[in-house]
Ligand binder design. Structure first.
Ligand code: TYC
Length: 121
């Protein structure tokens, strides 16, 4: 190692620092900060199977509140029917809560026991 007067461990600064000389020739350390923008958590909206809600009602719910076309809605409804539940969408907390409320209110209005819940991804 060439003789620089610096010890080996001081030959490199950590990448977030730089060595600057100010007007008086004094050293100063500049530390860069990067603003950390954490993305908000996402929530899965789940539809649960039951023995009483008519298949066509569930298809209608998926079309009306989740923007699915008839074929997509029928497919997801059948998945719930066979597997017991399915994720029908992933949203921010506020949107997921709104979807759950809309589905639960609509099911209650029609006296169907359909259940819709949300969980953090
Ligand atoms: N299992 C219901 C039936 O046989 C249909 C159904 C599908 C109900 C999906 C709820 O989330 C559901 N009529």
């Amino acid at each position: 190692m060439p003789e620089t007067g610096k010890s080996e461990t001081m030959t490199h600064w950590p990448e977030f620092m730089s060595d600057k000389k100010d007007d008086d020739g004094e050293s100063e350390v500049v530390v860069k900060t990067r603003p950390k923008t954490k993305r908000p958590p996402l929530y899965k909206v789940l539809l649960l199977n039951d023995d009483y809600t008519p298949m066509e009602f569930v298809v209608h719910v998926l079309e009306r509140f989740f923007g699915m076309n008839h074929a997509q809605a029928f497919e997801i409804m059948l998945t719930v029917h066979k597997k017991g539940l399915a994720v029908v969408g992933v949203f921010s907390h506020e949107i997921a809560e709104t979807k759950v409320t809309q589905v639960m209110d609509f099911a209650r209005q029609h006296q169907h026991p359909l259940q819709c819940t949300m969980e953090r991804e």
